[in-house]
Design a binder for this molecule. Structure first.
Ligand code: RUB
Length: 319
């Protein structure tokens, strides 16, 4: 495997590259690097190498479905060309083009979601956000650029403090932003007009997987009658959820939560560190995709439009 692909995988695992949309585009670029640098002339061996690289990239972060969908997009195109008997040179160009197309579509989705979503924000609105989602922040920044005066609450998002990244990003744009600890959400939610968040995955039943703490925030918002808006490109919709299969929730290192020193002192302590949680569709008012607005219950429609009705017997990266 190309050394750069291994470095990219490590950067994703260690969260130096993070956020689902960015991860999706990065693995699309990584598979292109692997294809372009492949040495050999046997199409069968080439496909085998690309599938192996895809499986390796998928193993880095199991929850963000845009990672799988990016590879699915590229490998489906590769599979068709391979079946048509194309040579390695052509297969390489197919991988390159599919990778570029995926990245372009994802970037266009970011702009389109910002455009659609910002229309929901009124002058004077207060917005609550969680973690650091490029799609959610795209909406907030666009509303600000359109001249709407808005105020944002960003929660810290323990344990990795992505909320701080959000606060910095919004401050740099000149947006009025207040950072709060996660557990203060119920105090400030009453001031908010909307909660706007991103997604790592959307299931067929409209449940949204996002950074841990999202489900609590959405339930508090629901109780306070504050609208919960999810900004998610269609690559976030998970075609493996047709049968209600649960999405795997990444469990991260416990030392993100507690120092080694404290842990060693507290003999017998157990620590869990799930990176994401699942918000049920009842707590979500709207999902904004690049194709338009949908109720979470219509997620199945997006999946059908994108992948058809059939279930895959085999994923394109399986041998
Ligand atoms: C990031 C996170 C983001 C989603 C959506 O988690 O949960 O809300 O990935 O982001 P992590 P985007 O920091 O663990 O990657 O809208 O940019 O795809």
């Amino acid at each position: 495997m190309d050394k750069r692909v291994i470095d990219i995988a490590e950067d994703i695992k260690e969260m130096r590259i993070r956020g689902a949309a960015k991860i999706g585009r990065t693995v699309a670029e990584a598979i292109k690097i692997e294809a372009e640098n492949y040495r050999g002339n046997d199409p069968k061996e080439f496909v085998k190498d690309i599938k192996k690289t895809a499986r390796y990239l998928i193993s880095t972060r199991p929850t963000a479905v845009s990672l799988e969908n990016a590879l699915r997009y590229v490998l489906v195109e590769l599979g068709k060309a391979y079946k048509n008997g194309e040579n390695v040179k052509t297969l390489k160009s197919i991988v390159s083009k599919a990778s570029d197309d995926f990245c372009e579509n994802s970037n266009l989705a970011l702009d389109r979601i910002a455009e659609i979503g910002s229309k929901r924000i009124m002058d004077g609105d207060v917005i609550f956000t969680h973690c650091n989602s490029s799609m959610a922040l795209g909406i907030i920044k666009k509303a600000h650029r359109d001249g709407k005066k808005i105020k944002v609450y960003a929660d810290e998002t323990r344990p990795r403090l992505q909320g701080l990244l959000t606060a910095k990003e919004l401050l740099d744009e000149g947006i009025d932003v207040t950072l709060i600890v996660d557990s203060a959400a119920r105090i400030f939610i009453r001031e908010a007009n909307h909660v706007i968040i991103g997604a790592d995955a959307v299931a067929a039943n409209g449940a949204v997987v996002n950074k841990v703490g999202t489900a609590t925030l959405a339930s508090i918002a629901h109780e306070a009658r504050v609208k919960v808006i999810v900004a998610a490109e269609t690559y976030k919709f998970n075609p493996q959820t047709y049968c209600g299969e649960l999405i795997e929730i990444e469990e991260r290192d416990i030392f993100e939560v507690i120092s080694k020193e404290d842990y060693e002192k507290l003999k017998g302590l157990k620590v869990n560190n799930p990176a994401f949680d699942v918000t049920p569709p009842e707590f979500i008012d709207l999902i904004i995709t690049e194709k338009g607005l949908i109720a979470p219950q219509a997620a199945i429609w997006v999946l059908k439009e994108t992948y058809g009705l059939g279930l895959f017997d085999k994923e394109p990266w399986e041998d």
